[in-house]
Design a protein around this ligand. Structure first.
Ligand SMILES: Cc1cc2nc3c(=O)[nH]c(=O)nc-3n(C[C@H](O)[C@H](O)[C@H](O)COP(=O)(O)O)c2cc1C
Length: 205
């Protein structure tokens, strides 16, 4: 997902989004007080076109989850792909700031729950708030995989992975983790949710 960090030059608050907020949620400074944390390498007038083209790059939507001791957490992720088939390996892109990132580093494992085509609700629940201030799994039926990672019972299937030693890449705001598949199943042979479908349906569903 293209998201830009916007730093308030008055109080230092960092807001994440496509565009700077109208006012700073911390100190009320106007939009003009925000500076982009990173300059994009294309002219500003192309921003909207670049974002809309990115939405047309095909991905699925998943809940990537992990564990740290007794605690479990998960987040929505579109950057999930099978990178090799022999052995089966999965790569994921996870923002450094996310609690899920912290848990993957702690446990060395992650699970990918594959969402069904109508499951916009799960994206809302797992994609917009951090597990640092909200227990996203509360009341959600899960099974525990062999790595200890939680798997959504409502998903259409899952893959569970153990991190491959030394196979991670710092991609700037995100880490690309590579994991060996250590378990998985298809629960229902239904259509998976795609990133494009989510963007088309999210305001009406
Ligand atoms: C449609 C959609 C796609 C997303 N894709 C990713 C992604 O590929 N990688 C990522 O790190 N965050 C992605 N996110 C953002 C995280 O799900 C979000 O920041 C989450 O609140 C992090 O939660 P955590 O701090 O509990 O781990 C996506 C969010 C949405 C709504």
């Amino acid at each position: 997902m293209i998201a830009q960090g916007w730093k308030c030059s008055v109080c230092g608050h960092v807001a994440v989004g496509l565009f700077a907020p109208d006012t700073c949620p911390k100190c009320n400074a106007p939009r003009e007080a925000f500076k982009a944390e990173h300059e994009f390498l294309f002219p500003p007038e192309e921003t909207e076109g670049v974002i809309k083209a990115c939405w047309k790059v095909s991905y699925g939507l998943y809940v990537v989850s992990s564990v740290a001791g007794e605690r479990i957490n998960g987040q929505v992720c579109n950057t999930v792909f099978q990178i090799t088939s022999d052995p089966p390996r999965i790569a994921i892109g996870i923002n450094h700031k996310n609690l899920t990132h912290e848990f993957i580093e702690a446990s060395g494992a992650f699970a990918v729950s594959i969402l069904g085509s109508d499951d916009i609700r799960t994206v809302r629940r797992f994609g917009y708030r951090s597990g640092r201030d909200f227990d996203k799994f509360k009341g959600i039926p899960v099974r525990t995989g062999r790595t200890g990672c939680p798997i959504l019972e409502g998903a259409i299937g899952y893959l569970e992975c153990a991190l491959v030693k030394d196979r991670k890449l710092d991609a700037g705001t995100h880490t690309i983790f590579v994991g060996d598949v250590v378990g998985g199943a298809l629960f229902r042979d239904d259509e998976p949710l795609t990133y494009a479908r989510y963007h088309a349906a999210k305001d009406t569903a």
